[in-house]
Design a protein around this ligand. Structure first.
Ligand code: PEP
Length: 220
């Protein structure tokens, strides 16, 4: 049985006040996490609090970051370096299409981010928009997220996602896991997960509702 990765990307959402209620609602929902790694990626402002609260509530959820500095620790105003992130997270999303689009992140910078993450012993979850996106050599987890499907309610088909996943693996021999992301819901999650070459999902909007997220975890 393959181990599934269910990753929540909160983007620039959720405040300190909201995080407690999200956790309590998730805790009170019924969810089956057998054979699943659940990773929640909050904004930087919530990393410390979320980690602390997950421990207090004994919730088997890992914390991830949504971004990482392409530089080491030092004089890089506004950036969070791998050494600093490693105090909180085991995973980091790199190359999300919103970073590429709004912050002009391109292949070389993304490759530097992957290097920094790996040096800090943080596993990159590297987002690609299709099978032609450049994947840095040592990446082992890729999330296929077609731009047309992100936040639109218009997911790719499981057949197409499976084909892209197979091509990504053919072209990037170090890739071990391919996740699908783009308008994943509790209703469609299983149609992606049931494809043999899809190892999990990256969930944006639907992860903001803890009850829906618990259903996604259970239905995966
Ligand atoms: C995302 O932005 O990574 C994403 C998958 O968003 P959504 O689930 O809202 O489409």
């Amino acid at each position: 049985m393959k181990r599934l990765f269910i990753v929540a990307n909160w983007k620039s959402n959720v405040t300190i006040q909201e995080v407690n209620s999200w956790l309590l609602q998730l805790k009170n929902s019924k969810w089956n996490i057998e054979n699943k790694t659940i990773i929640v990626c909050p904004p930087f402002t919530l990393l410390s609090l979320l980690k602390q609260r997950l421990n207090e509530h004994k919730l088997p959820i890992e914390v991830g970051a949504q971004d990482i500095s392409p530089f080491p620790k030092g004089a890089y105003t506004g950036e969070i370096a791998a050494d600093q992130l490693a105090e909180y997270v085991s995973y980091v999303i790199i190359g999300h299409s919103e970073r590429r689009k709004y912050f002009r992140e391109a292949d070389q910078m993304l490759s530097n981010k992957v290097d920094m993450a790996l040096q800090g012993k943080i596993t990159p979850i590297f987002c690609v928009q299709d099978a032609t996106t450049v994947v840095p050599r040592d990446v082992s987890i890729v999330a296929y997220e077609p731009v047309f499907a992100i936040g639109t309610g218009n997911p790719d088909t499981p057949e197409s996602a499976e084909k892209v996943s197979m091509r990504i693996r053919e072209e990037n021999k170090n890739v071990r896991k391919v996740l699908y992301g783009g308008s994943v819901t509790d209703k469609n999650v299983n149609s992606f997960i049931s494809r043999s070459s899809i190892d999990g999902v990256l969930v944006g909007s639907a992860s903001l509702d803890p009850v829906t997220f618990s259903h996604i975890i259970t239905n995966a």
